[in-house]
Ligand binder design. Structure first.
Ligand code: ADP
Ligand code: MG
Length: 323
């Protein structure tokens, strides 16, 4: 980060605040940005032969986070992270972001700077240039909306709709309990992992796990017109699930299956390619095989005792009812 100039005053208005952002973005190498902050629109060059990916997510104080508990940096970090995770889920390369904020009037500028600094740390890591936004203050709570633009690689995007019977379901990391440790605030977008896996083998379908495996794998099944059997014993259960279980008495497996905000990827590849990827996983990805796609619809879970139960989206009730 560039040292702050002695002559740069602290921003005190919308205009000087936007200039404060602009100063900081100016020194960043953007991926093909022709014009960043400062005009009516940003201008982005487009790589010939690639498609653009566009995604947006809004986070609201009191609904998705608590500003008084987490602080503005954590909010900015998460707002950037959830959008990057969506780009990862399409096997895309992030390019540029625009950020709209409704700032609480009290402390508006300090909150805006904190949010910016939080976003920057991830933007830096993934070479995302902040090319514009909209800045408002009001008597309501903080609302932040990040929109990211990415590009497909020459291999094209990966959708949710390409899973076929006989394919294998993989996840890129341990699942569940992210609330217990605050891990839900520090998403690690699996951009490099998705690109490496996609380059190593065609990915038939992919999604990021934001709402929980049962819901998000459910989306793949729905969009692909297939079903799945997941083997409970092969799900990588995050250690955070044990902490959650101690707090709420719900089994760790339920947490791994139903909790959200892991921001790992769930992907589907042919059985042949799954075997190849498991034998030799392209860096920096990690993968765990958790089950198989079936013609029969619905998501079924094979429990350690051999019983097979049907899991609905968010699956809590059904899974609990079968215990
Ligand atoms: P307009 O009125 O034409 O929409 P604004 O005065 O809202 O322009 O914004 C001026 C410039 O500052 C634009 O380039 C806009 O994208 C950028 N900008 C405004 N708010 C932000 C923000 N929170 N983060 C980054 N850029 C911003
Ligand atoms: Mg304008």
């Amino acid at each position: 980060v560039k040292a702050k100039s002695m002559h740069e005053p602290e921003p005190s208005s919308e205009f000087t605040l936007i200039n404060w952002f602009r100063q900081r973005e100016r020194s960043r190498p953007g991926r093909g940005t022709t014009l960043g902050i400062g005009d009516d629109c940003a201008i982005l060059g487009v790589t010939p032969g690639c498609d653009l990916l566009v995604t947006t997510d809004m986070l609201m104080d009191g609904r998705h986070f608590r500003l008084d508990q987490y602080g503005p940096e954590a909010v900015g970090y998460k707002a950037m992270g959830v959008n990057l995770s969506d780009i990862a889920a399409m096997a895309g390369v992030p390019r540029a972001g625009v950020v709209a904020v409704a700032l609480p009037r009290l402390d508006a500028i300090a909150v805006a700077q904190g949010v910016y600094n939080g976003m920057r740390s991830l933007a830096e890591q993934f070479q995302v240039e902040l090319v514009g936004g909209d800045t408002n203050a009001w008597d309501g709570p903080l609302v932040i909306n990040v929109t990211l633009v990415g590009e497909t690689t020459s291999l094209g995007p990966v959708r949710r709709s390409g899973a076929r019977a006989g394919d294998i379901i993989l996840v890129t990391g341990a699942l569940g309990g992210s609330l217990a440790s605050g891990r839900h605030l520090r998403p690690e977008p699996r951009i490099a992992e998705a690109l490496a896996l996609h380059a190593a083998a065609p990915i038939h379908a992919m999604i990021d796990i934001s709402d929980g495996l049962s819901s998000d794998l459910g989306h793949i099944l729905e969009e692909s017109g297939v079903g799945a059997v997941v083997d409970a014993e092969s799900i990588p259960i995050h250690p955070d699930c044990q902490a959650m279980s101690r707090q709420d008495g719900v089994p760790a497996l339920d947490h791994a299956v139903n909790d959200g905000e892991d921001f790992e990827l769930c992907l589907v590849v042919s059985a042949e390619n799954a075997a190849r990827l498991l034998a030799s996983t392209p860096s920096p990805a990690k993968i765990y095989s958790i089950g198989a796609i079936t013609d029969a619809p619905g998501l079924r879970l094979k429990l350690p005792d051999g019983r097979i139960v049907t899991v609905g989206p968010g699956g809590f009730d059904h899974l609990r009812a079968t215990k």
